[in-house]
Write a protein that binds this ligand. Structure first.
Ligand SMILES: Nc1ncnc2c1ncn2[C@@H]1O[C@H](COP(=O)(O)OP(=O)(O)OP(=O)(O)O)[C@@H](O)[C@H]1O
Ligand SMILES: [Mg+2]
Length: 469
């Protein structure tokens, strides 16, 4: 009979030699060996299961998620190496340590070819097996980290998560961030586009007891509704056309860390139900699988819409809204803390000039005055992008602010500019602006998209619409 032993681990628990989010399956027909391995691993892992044959192990894998299998080669029925080949074929991506009492070089080579991470000879001592498990854990951690880095957009730039601002609203925000980071509750970040929601999400993670774990951002708006469920929860082999192998989802990659659900209002309604169930049960089920995987992930959600209004309009589930807004943080628009503009300008110049490889820019008092008068409908991102553009062009181009059609500008200048703008339609202005930015970076779309604060995909769509490229 397959047996599972769970060791409850608290999310904040820190162990120096343990692997708190690690579940192991021991497959060996010798009861003594199974007991020995289970006893050794239980204090260090989230769960340890055991099986005495490949068939039993396969049955257990259908309902349990496993990160590491310690697998004996000679088993009654199907042998360990051939079962491992089958597992890898199905897309099992966990680690596997093969153990055997009868080894020759050929077996070892075959084992590694079949997809084993390590190979150990019986009899072995406790430190030997613990070392092997530790190496597997480290490898798995690195490959998850790698995956997250590859699949999330930080534009390859080193990101500075420092929140700038000394105004009363920013001080209050930072106090809240410090207090909320320490607890494990779900957080809902609301605020206009460009107010720093992602920055706050990262700060919450970096200041939390999970800081050593992964921070996995997911943009709910950028994934297709058909794929979003399998992106989040993973899928089994054959779950849908094209699912030739099993795959882990982003919840799995965020294990022990923080999952940042950006633009959460864009989640399709059926998926909102699945997410709610996940938050309540703390378990996920990959698409097309019977496997239930316990997850230990902190959720931070963000939206630039009012979720309350989305609920009222029937586009967002009320129960999910209440579940997400255990702690709600609303980020102030930049026009409500203009006194932070000088600090932000200096911060962006210091941050961007080394990245761009250009000299820092000196801002005159008159120029700063212009920046203070403007209403920043695109908030800190708009300021960030203006500074980036100015650094590239070698001068602060304040007039650009009033020629892009900034909505919500109330100062005298912008009213005048708005009157002037009214004679040109918005699409033409947008096109002109995109063309100017593209020219300034010699047509580099990735850089242009970053400067414009839109995704490369959106930029390409626009260019295709106007046949600009
Ligand atoms: N207080 C701040 N200090 C320093 N940088 C900031 C601050 N607020 C915003 N930024 C910068 O402004 C840019 C936009 O911030 P961010 O991406 O976090 O906005 P957002 O609220 O997530 O916007 P959206 O809703 O469009 O996704 C980033 O480059 C970020 O580093
Ligand atoms: Mg964002």
């Amino acid at each position: 009979m397959p047996v599972t032993t769970n060791t409850p681990t608290s999310p904040t628990e820190k162990t120096t030699e343990g692997w708190p989010f690690w579940s192991v399956l021991v497959v060996d027909d010798e009861l003594g060996m199974r007991n020995f391995l289970v006893k050794t691993l239980v204090p260090r892992c989230q769960s340890v299961s055991s099986a005495s044959s490949a068939e039993e192990a396969a049955a257990l894998l259908r309902s349990h998620h496993v990160d590491l299998i310690i697998l004996d080669i000679s088993l009654p029925g199907q042998d360990g190496v051939s079962w491992l080949k089958e597992l890898r074929d199905q897309g099992f991506s966990g680690e596997v340590i093969l153990i055997t009492a009868f080894a020759d070089l050929d077996t070892a080579i075959e084992a590694l070819r079949a997809g084993a991470s390590d190979f150990i000879l019986k009899p072995f001592r406790v430190p030997q097996i613990l070392n092997a498990v530790k190496h597997c854990h480290e490898r798995s951690r690195l490959s998850r980290e790698n995956y997250v880095l590859k699949h999330t957009l930080s534009g390859g730039k080193s990101v500075n998560h420092q929140l700038i601002g000394h105004s009363p609203v920013m001080n209050a925000l930072m106090n809240t961030v410090h207090r909320v980071a320490a607890v494990n509750s779900t957080v809902l970040l609301q605020g206009e586009s460009g107010t720093g929601k992602e920055l706050v999400a990262r700060a919450l993670h970096d200041l939390s007891p999970r800081a050593q774990g992964p921070f996995v951002p997911v943009n709910c708006a950028s994934m297709s509704p058909e794929l979003i469920e399998s992106e989040l929860f993973g899928h089994a082999k054959g779950a849908f056309t094209g699912a030739t192998k099993a795959r882990d989802g982003l919840f799995y990659y965020a294990q022990g860390g923080t999952l940042f659900l950006d633009e959460v209002a864009e989640l399709p309604l059926p998926l909102q139900a699945t997410l709610l169930r996940t938050l309540e049960d703390l378990k996920i089920r990959p698409v097309g699988s019977e496997q239930l995987l316990p997850v230990n992930v902190r959720i931070i959600a963000a939206t630039n819409r009012s979720l309350k209004e989305e609920v009222a309009a029937g586009r967002f589930r009320k129960d999910l809204y209440y579940r997400l807004q255990v702690v709600e943080i609303t980020l102030p628009p930049l026009r409500e803390h203009k006194e932070d503009i000088p600090d932000l300008v200096q911060h962006f110049i210091a941050q961007l000039s080394p990245v761009l490889g250009v000299a820092p820019l000196a801002i005159s008092a008159t120029e700063l005055d212009y920046l203070l008068q403007y209403d920043w409908p695109g908030n800190a991102r708009e300021l960030h992008n203006l500074i980036e553009r100015s650094l590239i062009l070698g001068a602060l181009n304040v007039s650009a602010l009033y020629s892009v059609g900034g909505r919500g500008s109330t100062s005298a200048e912008s009213t005048a500019a708005a009157t002037e703008l009214a004679t040109t339609d918005l699409h033409t202005l947008e096109k002109q602006h995109i063309r100017t930015v593209l020219d300034s970076v010699q047509g580099d779309k990735t850089q242009a998209a970053q400067l414009l604060g839109i995704s490369r995909r959106t930029l390409e769509r626009r260019c295709a619409e106007w046949a600009l490229s």
